[in-house]
Design a protein around this ligand. Structure first.
Ligand code: MG
Length: 156
């Protein structure tokens, strides 16, 4: 069994579409990013790549490559899962945390879990997403951005 962790942060920008865990969330702001800015899926990709000893998301999908501009991060996740599987691993489970003061994420958690379990090719029961605030402390608490943490286990 292998364990991997991932962490990512994106800043808010005015306008655009806020996408977290592959779910479009109604909000006046979005994540500033080269891709769609799905901070949760980026943390998950890094956890998967880490567990498989395959480096990180920046190595596989560099910001400098126009091919990844505005890309749906679910597509990145599916490509990462393919790489992980090609190296002889399958996903056992994933536990993810979103850190955001706003917007309220609880109503969207189930849809995120459904998208993520589909992309990881695992049963819904193997994916857990949690959301927390930081009680108005720090950059997330000031609503300057959103952070995400991911931990995954892979079976060899
Ligand atoms: Mg990112």
């Amino acid at each position: 069994m292998r364990i991997g962790q991932g962490f990512d942060v994106h800043a808010f920008q005015d306008g655009g579409s806020l996408v977290l865990g592959g779910v479009k969330i109604p909000y006046a702001r979005s994540m500033a990013a080269h891709s769609d800015g799905d901070v949760l899926l980026h943390a998950l990709c890094d956890a998967l790549l880490g567990a498989a000893t395959l480096g990180d998301i920046g190595r596989h999908f560099p910001d400098s490559d126009p091919a990844w501009a505005g890309i749906d991060s679910r597509e990145l996740l599916r490509q990462v899962v393919s790489k992980v599987q090609a190296n002889g691993f399958r996903v056992s489970n994933a536990d993810l945390v979103l850190v955001a003061q706003a917007p309220r994420l609880a109503p969207h958690i189930e849809a995120m879990c459904e998208h993520i379990s589909a992309d990881l090719q695992v049963n819904r029961g193997r994916v857990n997403v949690k959301a927390t605030t930081t009680e108005h402390l720090g950059f997330t608490g000031r609503e300057e951005g959103i952070a995400a943490f991911a931990v995954v286990l892979l079976d060899e």
